[in-house]
Design a protein. Sequence first.
Length: 252
Amino acid sequence: MAMPKKQTRAAQLARQIQAVTGLPYTDCLKMCEPSEGSWGRLARALQSAGLTETADHLLAADAATTEASTWLYAGSQVEQLYYYTDHARVKRTYDACDDAAEAARNRVGFEKHSYAPDAEVYHAAFLALSKAGALPDGRTLARAALDVFADDPTWCSDVIRTRGREPFTYDTAAGLTGPETPTASAARKAARAMARAAAVRFSGDEEWYEAAEIMVEVIWHAGEAAGLPPLEGRPNCQDHLRDFMDGEIPKL
């Protein structure tokens, strides 16, 4: 008798979601189909550059947050289907999905509703930009780092100042050296700006906007390092530059 094939992680998760939500298995499986987002692309670029430990940490964070998001999406699907006909089912199912999402985050040490996962991605982006700053042409690394930054400077302001699961220092930015190519120089500027933004304390709106402005600098220089027009495709960053920074990136 043939042994049953081992289920993929996607299939296992789909069965778990089906058991909790009652949604068709095929729908659950579709929710769980693996796809590579910006975090995965950054991890792949880090691996190619030899930063395997950083890449492994990032992949673990990506897997946990993706699973949590899938549970919450499944809960929202039940809400859409039964909100007006079976409110008790919606609440029961959404609570169960929320608990499962929290459990997925907790397994790797993330607290509920925290900026910590995004903060760790920014840590990885900093290391990618630092590495790109040491290479004559680190455009691939810089582009992967650039892609994880949100087009929302105030969101970036909160994330960059969040610790993550473990202490992380941006102090190495001060000693970055490398070739004087445009790509490497821009990557080092982006990494140093990240360090300045991370050092802004949590206090009030003034500090919130201060770090947001610095994150616009980060995204500007990361775009240069990636070989792209600065702030291309980032209308919110462009608005922030115009409205709060007099349209100019500081020359440091």
